[in-house]
Design a binder for this molecule. Structure first.
Ligand code: DHB
Length: 302
């Protein structure tokens, strides 16, 4: 019997697809909608300790091959987000709480709050490419990453995932830091630091000037990152970056991913993208004799 069920470091899912952080995951109701549309789990918008407004407009540039965004980590803060978590968790959504902070103590505090609110796992945003004092600024230093993951591991029992940046030549060192600190999985990749300029106004389009590139353009970078990480890590890898179709998802799994996340494609294909990807992948697995995602993980290395 061919099955899409996965177990990622103790997190059991009906299928390997997850909603990536930042898309349709800000309210309890939107998380319920995503789960009903077929996602195996939903990663929340990244939440910090205090409410944060984010950047002014424009925050998004739409390209033929993806998006560049610089939202500025807008979020209601962990206290107010509790109401949304309650709605989603009560409805049975498998919620992975994404958190950002500027030091290990705050990461641990936030992770503990997410666990108390019913998150099935936490995802540490160590990779936002353009926020001063957060994200990638910490996530490119293997020593800092190790300290943050170790501190969070001491604070919670739920699985701890670390979302990594591709904007580095030390990806494998950073992955090793996560593993050595006891992290349960890595999530690769977050967006690539990028910008767009308007010829007419002779200025960067985004208010923040720089943003993060996502969508089909980044898929080959993500597949390569997962392939590299799989060659050095024993912990599971969750692949993300430009997945639009079942073929893209299979590429990530064959590179070494145990599960995958979909973000930008929800924007242009709608919520039915999860059903399409899972149905297509199941048909492919039946045709090619893979009985589980586990069977297919990393086969491109053999
Ligand atoms: C934002 C955060 C991210 O982690 C990312 O990859 C892109 C944008 C943001 O909120 O601006």
């Amino acid at each position: 019997m061919t099955s899409l069920k996965v177990n990622v470091s103790g997190l059991r899912l009906k299928n390997p697809s997850m909603v990536a952080s930042g898309i349709m995951d800000e309210t309890g109701d939107s998380m319920i909608k995503m789960m009903e549309s077929g996602a195996g789990a939903v990663v929340t918008k990244s939440i910090g300790l205090e409410p944060k407004d984010g950047h002014g407009n424009p925050t998004l540039v739409e390209l033929d091959y993806g998006y560049i965004n610089a939202m500025g980590l807008p979020n209601p803060g962990i206290d107010a987000f509790g109401e949304e978590m309650e709605v989603a968790v009560r409805a049975g959504v498998t919620v992975i709480g994404s958190i950002f902070a500027s030091c290990e103590g705050d990461f641990s505090l936030l992770a503990g709050r997410m666990e108390d609110m019913g998150a099935a796992a936490v995802e540490l945003n160590l990779s936002c490419p353009h926020a001063s004092g957060y994200g990638m600024e910490m996530g490119i230093d293997p020593v800092v990453v190790k300290a943050i993951v170790a501190s969070v591991k001491d604070s919670v029992r739920v699985p701890v995932f670390a979302k990594l940046t591709p904007n580095t030549h030390r990806l494998m060192d950073i992955g090793n830091s996560v593993q050595e600190a006891g992290g349960d999985a890595v999530v690769a990749i977050n967006t690539l630091k990028a910008m767009a300029i308007s010829p007419e106004s002779a200025r960067p389009i985004l208010r923040n000037r720089f943003g993060g590139l996502s969508g089909p353009a980044v898929k080959p970078v993500g597949v390569r990152a997962v392939f590299d990480l799989y060659s050095v890590l024993d912990i599971p890898i969750i692949g993300v970056g430009g997945i639009t179709s079942w073929r893209d998802a299979v590429e990530y799994i064959m590179a070494g991913a145990s599960a995958f996340q979909v973000g930008s494609a929800i924007g242009h294909k709608g919520v039915q993208v999860f059903g399409e990807i899972c149905d297509g992948m199941l048909a492919f697995m039946r045709d090619y004799g893979y009985s589980s995602i586990h069977d297919m993980t990393g086969v491109a290395h053999e």
